[in-house]
Design a protein around this ligand. Structure first.
Ligand code: SF4
Length: 430
């Protein structure tokens, strides 16, 4: 991979004052440190986009990483990873998310969004170990969909997702009880039940299990519209969690009026809504968001249009609605990747998604001008925790016959979660 694709290299240059990029900054100087500096206790998610979010108590903590992996250079780690992977051969498969660091992605067998990687996990039954270079909920999903004899490994256990952490099973269960008390459980004349739960892939296995048990389904940003259609065929309304923006942007595009999309605030009776508002609701939105995509705003789009007349602005549907409305197009990470890959004429793209993906696209397609709408370099804090040192460590432990950092979803959770995931896989992406 072209070295200019490395966000980490760019951050080091910015933080050390060694770059001539005018007006460009990193959102935290701590990004230049190794993630192990933030692993011992979880006071926050670490440097990056979700620094200001509150990490729930009980979140997984990585703990120690042997010093040799912290002090090795990137070149040394690259070589150790390469050798360990070669030794393991077909016994291991490495999955890398689009938002992952370049130094890790270069070793991935598959690069993709959470939907594509979930499918890959399911399609590689011969691999004894699946190393998921993404975040915690993705590794849980891989464990649910993979075979019982496969070990799913998350190189750094502290790589969670601040959005997924905004909806926990207790709060969603409480919300569900209030809603079913309000709506009852009787289907209407068309056989549609009062409410269907839909969880975004970016949620805990427990919430996927909740959906499986309550007639619901999982969605990703690639298939949210297909999944909402699936839900409206079976239910009068939807409870959508945890990402309010994906829910609102998708339902709005399907013609659901904003007044029929109340926001549910946990801890307030009826989520802070009246019974009348909820009676008229089509989509009840959980009050969650992604701190990476929340950084984008309409002013950035206006600036891009001033600076680059004719620019093509594409944003992710986790962005707030005004940003999606102001953009030329919106879509999942795979949609964005394809839009760039398929552009036949040299084009200027301003992209509203995570910086690692944007910078990789810029390096891969030099015939285009590609930049991130956000001028501040601020990667996803949690994805950033998968440093190549952790990848080298888990691989070398595997070579030594030891499985570390295995993610195991208990079978009583995995069973209903698999039901909700299989419904999604059968519903097919748009
Ligand atoms: S980009 Fe946002 S939704 Fe994706 S893993 Fe990071 S915090 Fe979670």
């Amino acid at each position: 991979m072209n070295p200019t694709a490395s966000v980490n290299d760019r951050i080091q240059l910015i933080v050390n004052g060694a770059t001539a990029e005018a007006g460009v900054a990193a959102c935290s100087p701590d990004l230049a440190k190794g993630p192990w500096e933030f692993d011992a206790q979880p006071p926050g998610y670490g440097p990056g986009s979700s620094m200001g979010d509150v990490i729930p108590t009980g979140s997984p903590v990585q703990g120690g990483l042997p010093t040799e992996y912290k002090t090795a250079t990137n070149d040394e780690l690259h070589e150790r990873i390469r050798v360990a992977k070669e030794t393991l051969g077909e016994r291991v498969v490495i999955l890398g998310h689009f938002y992952q660091r370049e130094e890790v992605v270069r070793h991935a067998d598959y690069l993709g969004d959470s939907y594509q990687l979930a499918v890959q996990a399911k399609n590689r039954p011969e691999a004894e170990a699946i190393i998921f270079c993404g975040v915690h909920f993705m590794a849980e999903t891989a464990d649910i969909l993979s075979s019982a004899n496969q070990a799913v490994i998350l190189p750094n256990l502290a790589a969670g997702c601040s959005m997924a952490d905004m909806a926990d099973i207790d709060s969603v269960t409480q919300c569900w009880e209030e809603l079913t008390a309000l709506y009852g459980t009787e289907p209407d004349a068309d056989g549609r039940v009062p409410i269907i739960p839909v969880t975004y892939m970016n949620s805990s296995a427990a919430l996927k299990g909740f959906c499986g048990e309550n007639g619901g389904i999982v969605c990703t940003s690639s298939n949210a519209e297909t999944v909402l259609k699936w839900a409206f065929e079976r239910g009068q309304r939807v409870l959508f969690f945890p990402d309010q923006h994906l829910g609102r942007n998708t339902a709005k595009a399907m013609g659901v009026p904003l007044e029929a999309m109340p926001l549910w605030h946990g801890r307030k009776p009826l989520g802070g809504n009246t019974a009348v508002e909820l009676a008229e609701a089509r989509v009840i939105l959980w009050n969650g968001f992604c701190s990476v995509h929340k950084r984008f705003n309409v002013g950035q789009i206006e600036q891009a249009r001033r600076d680059h007349p004719g620019v093509r602005v594409i944003v992710h549907p986790e962005c707030p609605m005004p940003v999606v409305d102001a953009a030329d197009e919106y879509g999942s990470t795979e949609y964005i990747r394809k839009a760039v890959a398929e552009a036949t004429e040299p084009t200027t793209f301003a992209i509203g998604t995570e910086i690692n993906m944007v910078q990789r696209l810029a390096a891969q397609y030099p015939q285009h001008t590609i930049f991130c709408l956000d001028p501040v370099v601020c990667p996803c804090s949690t994805m950033y925790r998968i440093h190549p040192g952790y990848l080298a460590w888990v691989l070398e432990r595997l070579v030594a016959g030891e499985v570390v950092n295995q993610i195991v979803v208990p079978e009583d959770v995995a069973l209903p979660a698999r039901v909700a995931l299989e419904r999604m896989l059968a519903a097919k992406p748009v």
